[in-house]
Design a binder for this molecule. Structure first.
Ligand code: CMC
Length: 432
């Protein structure tokens, strides 16, 4: 007779000999079910220890699916390759947020709502002017997104869906404006006001690059490439910055403050700062003949191959495939970025090398994106800011999902205390 199978996990606590049966739902056990496993009545109960949340699902989410083993990424069920090929960034933003692709009318309304919130208060421009001439644009972004919360005190009314909707429009609309203002400040150029007749990406290019011409006409190839790059960055389920967004949002901070914190998390070189780090690394390598030596130093643990590896993908990042193709389309238009030869050769060698094969390290989204940005004439320190613009709809969709999730409460992990036991205070005069 076949063994009876059940969706439960039976645990024997060898400290007590007690057996416990824990329900399994969607391939998970509830960490709180461990709490009932105790040595005696006074015992706090068992906890799961999981630094860096390597195997902990902190939410149920219907937004983005990653199958890291197969290299699959889908937003609301739609494969990323199809969205990159056929959709637009604002349509994807709508999809992430509302769960369905918009009708023609709904998309037109959404585009209108976003483009009519692109302006920022003049005080924000003055605020940006107060940053040092060489301030990193990502630092400016973190500061100014946070500052926006002081301009919109209504954003604190989290219980009102209409108020939340307005802030989400504002954030998606104003991120490119803040980014472009930060860039112009860096270059010592006057800011360019938003042009609402242009597309989302076209307007951003205008705010970055418009000089004395009456009307800036974006290059359609660059405009399309930027839109696709925004799509590819739009969401990536519970990554570091999204987890930060949810964590800060869980305290019921307003969405501007939560987005500023997400930007700060994204800033690091292990996350959204990696695109900048890749180009620095390729410049440092300088020539294909130096690749072997560089790979060796990576294998010796002296440095990391930036743009490679991922917590979830143990296969080629599907976004990197699209970006690699896109890079050549942009190069056909504006000329080849010479660093691409080093990047391609580096990738080829790394993908054949036992060190990378064994650890399943493949190129991620950041490996080729910086080369495209650089060819568009953008400075390296703006790259993480571009990532932030693309990721904003994802952060907001995840934030909105968290607010509406009855199971979510203020984020508050536990710890395993390993510090000193109780001891009495020693007055300063008695200390050596
Ligand atoms: N170069 C060399 N070795 C690496 C790399 C790399 N880029 N990434 C991981 N490894 C090695 C690591 O040393 C470790 O080896 P060992 O088992 O011998 O100690 C093993 O692979 C597992 O690495 P890990 O650090 O435990 O993996 P993680 O899941 O904690 O880290 C990561 C993921 C993305 C932080 C890491 O792969 C990394 O630092 N990559 C370079 C930075 C980068 O490209 N970041 C962008 C990520 S994608 C976009 C985004 O989400 O922002």
């Amino acid at each position: 007779m076949a063994d009876e199978t059940k969706d439960t996990l039976t645990v024997t606590d060898n400290r007590t000999g007690e057996r416990y049966e824990l329900p399994i739902t969607d391939g998970t056990i509830r960490a709180m079910d461990l709490r009932g496993i105790k040595v005696d009545e006074d015992d706090f109960g068992l906890m799961a220890y999981d630094p860096a949340y390597k195997n902990t699902a902190a939410t149920r989410s219907a937004i983005t699916l990653i199958d890291g083993e197969k290299g699959v990424l889908r937003y609301r069920g739609y494969p990323i390759e199809q969205l990159a090929e056929q959709s637009s960034f604002l349509e994807v933003a709508y999809l992430l947020w509302h769960g369905e692709l918009p009708s023609r009318d709904a998309l037109a309304t959404f585009q209108h709502d976003i483009t009519h919130h692109t302006m920022v208060h003049e005080n924000i421009r003055e605020f940006i002017e107060a940053f040092r001439y060489d301030a990193h644009p990502m630092g400016i972004l973190v500061g100014t997104v946070g500052a926006l919360s002081t301009f919109y005190p209504d954003a604190k009314e989290l219980d009102d869906p209409e108020v939340r909707r307005l802030q989400m429009h504002r954030l998606i609309a104003k991120m490119p404006t803040l980014a472009a203002y930060a860039y112009r400040h860096r270059r010592g150029l006057p800011v360019v006001r938003p042009d609402n007749e242009l597309s989302y990406a076209g307007n951003f290019l205008s705010m970055l690059f418009k000089m004395t011409e009456v009307r800036y006409q974006p290059n359609p190839v660059i405009e399309k490439a930027l839109d696709v790059l925004f799509i590819l960055h739009a969401d990536h389920e519970q990554n570091c910055s999204t987890t930060t967004m949810r964590g800060v949002g869980s305290s019921h901070a307003d969405p501007f403050s939560a987005t500023a914190s997400a930007c700060a998390a994204l800033y690091g070189p292990l996350h959204g700062g990696a695109n900048e780090a890749v180009v620095r690394m390729l410049r440092h390598i300088g020539s294909p003949k130096n690749i072997a030596g560089f790979i060796e130093s990576v294998k010796q643990g002296e440095q990391r191959l930036m743009g490679f590896g991922h917590r979830v993908y143990k296969n080629y990042d599907p976004r990197a495939k699209v970006i690699k193709k896109l890079a050549y389309q942009v190069f056909d238009e504006v000329g080849k970025n010479p660093l691409i030869d080093i990047a391609v050769e580096l990738e080829k060698i790394a993908l054949e090398d036992e060190y990378f094969v064994q650890r399943k390290l493949y190129p991620n989204v950041d490996f080729y994106s910086g080369l495209i940005y650089e060819s568009m004439g953008l400075p390296m320190d703006l790259f993480p800011v571009l990532f932030a613009i693309g990721r904003t709809p994802g952060w907001l969709a995840q934030w909105e999902e968290m607010i509406n999730d009855d199971e979510q409460k203020i984020a508050r992990p536990r710890q395993v205390y390993v510090g000193a036991g109780k001891r009495d205070y020693v007055p300063l005069s008695e200390r050596d």
